[in-house]
Design a protein around this ligand. Structure first.
Ligand code: 5AD
Ligand code: SF4
Length: 444
């Protein structure tokens, strides 16, 4: 990293997180850490330190960081203003390391996702003009070195598992986040208690392979069962899961634990067994469908969501048709779909038969249209029914509030207070959100 002139220690900071919920969680924890050091949160334009918490999953996400750095560096060229200290965290930091400051010399700190507890030291070093790069994956967990959770909205994230050993051939996660690690039981329960004490009514347990969580002979369903005993906690969710780690106990939890919400994000990626094999997914379309049947037998109203990749190397028209058939057979509440993006260092990036961009665009459009149709149908099925809604924030209109249904649908309400769990009648269903009736608004 290039040596720089010394500068004052930053007093204010702004964290901008890209990508997945695990990054949102890391971003929140980095913010808490900086606050514990006496720094105050500020808007990006005013902050002395801007921390870009980056995502490397697809090329477009990874490139975004460089345009942001360019914009921030420009501030230093404006009359009378200093450039903020710029820190790059997250998976781009891990994957590209020192290359980042070579490409963007305005960057002052580079810190990987397993080393961010060392941010205060790195910032101090950068302030003296020294090298501030840390992409270690230390054996000592960063979680032990982070301050206790505080100030919480109604819905909180809690990372319980990190990393991935699955090595799907398209994916950078095993390289940027490292091997699968489960946080210990006691640490998770303590953090959940702190979150609930700080006002959380819903906790979403997070992990790249959250359902692979295992510790001292316990599985994720044991964590869920323990959390369900907390009286002030009303809802529990978890994501993202891998089909091969969907244990019987977890499926049964969907039947037995009322606080576990009827929603499952279980990526399948493709409907073609040939492509699934090339992706190293170690499941096929039929085994995935059997799994969904078992989950639905345990919890018939469960909303299923997933991730799909179109245009994986070698994907033919027939392979893609199989994806559409699988999507039709599943019937989603929601799903993400992406164009395949070759990632440096992954096996798929060097496979022959890369699919032309125009064909990927066309497939993505067709898949997204089908998923949107399913999502709209799922939303319409709630019309006239009532369900519990957790109010999370203000809506755009005066007096309007926005909450979530058990199936993770956004519900707009005229009234209620943030943090309330209310019973609501659904009076309108749109493709992306629902409208609830305030008439029978009553604290549940
Ligand atoms: N290209 C496109 N999509 C990808 N994903 C992971 N790697 C890639 C890639 N190289 C998608 C998968 C995964 C989600 C988080 O991102 O669908 O489930
Ligand atoms: Fe990536 Fe596959 Fe691991 Fe998911 S299971 S993080 S897609 S390697």
């Amino acid at each position: 990293m290039i040596a720089k002139p010394a500068r004052p220690l930053p007093k204010s900071f702004h964290v901008k997180s890209f990508g997945c919920q695990m990054n949102a969680y890391d971003g929140a924890r980095m913010g808490e850490l900086l606050e514990s050091q006496g720094m105050v949160a500020a808007e990006a334009d005013d902050a002395d330190l801007v921390l870009l918490n980056t995502c490397h999953i697809r090329e477009r996400a990874a490139e975004k960081v460089y345009s942001d750095i360019g914009r921030l560096a420009k501030r230093g060229r404006e009359a009378g203003r200093d450039k903020p200290m710029i820190a790059v965290a997250g998976c781009v930091a891990q994957a590209e390391g020192a290359e980042i400051s070579r490409r963007a010399p305005a960057v002052d700190v580079v810190v990987g996702p397993q080393a961010y507890h060392r941010l205060p030291e790195l910032i101090a070093r950068a302030a003296t003009g020294g090298e501030a790069l840390d992409t270690d994956m230390p054996a000592v967990s960063k979680f032990d070195a982070l301050p206790k959770r505080r100030r919480q909205g109604p819905s909180a994230f809690l990372t319980v598992q990190e990393g991935c050993d699955k090595f799907c051939t398209y994916c950078v996660v095993p390289y940027t986040r490292g091997a699968e690690i489960s946080r210990p039981w006691g640490q998770i329960i303590d953090e959940a208690k702190a979150l609930v004490d700080a006002g959380a009514r819903e906790i979403t347990l997070l992990g790249q392979n959250v359902n692979a969580w295992a510790h001292d002979g316990r599985g994720l369903h044991d964590v869920i069962e323990e959390l369900a005993k907390m009286p002030a906690l009303a809802r529990i969710r978890y994501m993202t899961s891998h089909p091969n780690d969907m244990a019987d106990g977890l499926i049964a939890a969907h039947r037995d634990i009322e606080k576990l919400m009827p929603f499952l994000h279980l990526p399948v990626q493709s409907g073609s067994d040939r492509i699934l094999k090339a992706m190293n997914r170690s499941h096929n379309a039929a085994s995935y469908l059997r799994l969904i049947d078992r989950v639905r037998a345990a919890r018939p109203d469960i909303g299923v969501s997933g991730d799909f990749i179109v245009g994986f190397p070698g994907e033919s028209d027939a392979d893609f048709e199989e994806t559409l058939s699988l999507v039709r057979a599943i019937g989603h509440a929601f799903a993400f779909s992406f164009k395949y993006s070759p990632r440096p260092g992954t096996p798929a990036a060097s496979m022959a038969e890369q699919v032309p961009a125009a064909l990927m665009d066309e497939r993505l459009q067709r898949l997204q249209a089908l998923i949107a149709e399913q999502q709209y149908a799922f939303n319409r099925a709630t019309l006239g029914k009532s369900c519990a809604v957790l109010i999370e924030r203000d809506g755009k209109l005066p007096g309007q509030k926005l909450g979530k249904s058990p199936w993770l649908q956004s519900v707009l309400l005229d009234g209620g207070a943030i943090g309330d769990l209310v019973e609501v009648e659904i009076i309108q269903a749109g493709p992306n959100s629902l409208q609830g009736s305030a008439k029978i608004l009553a604290a549940a």
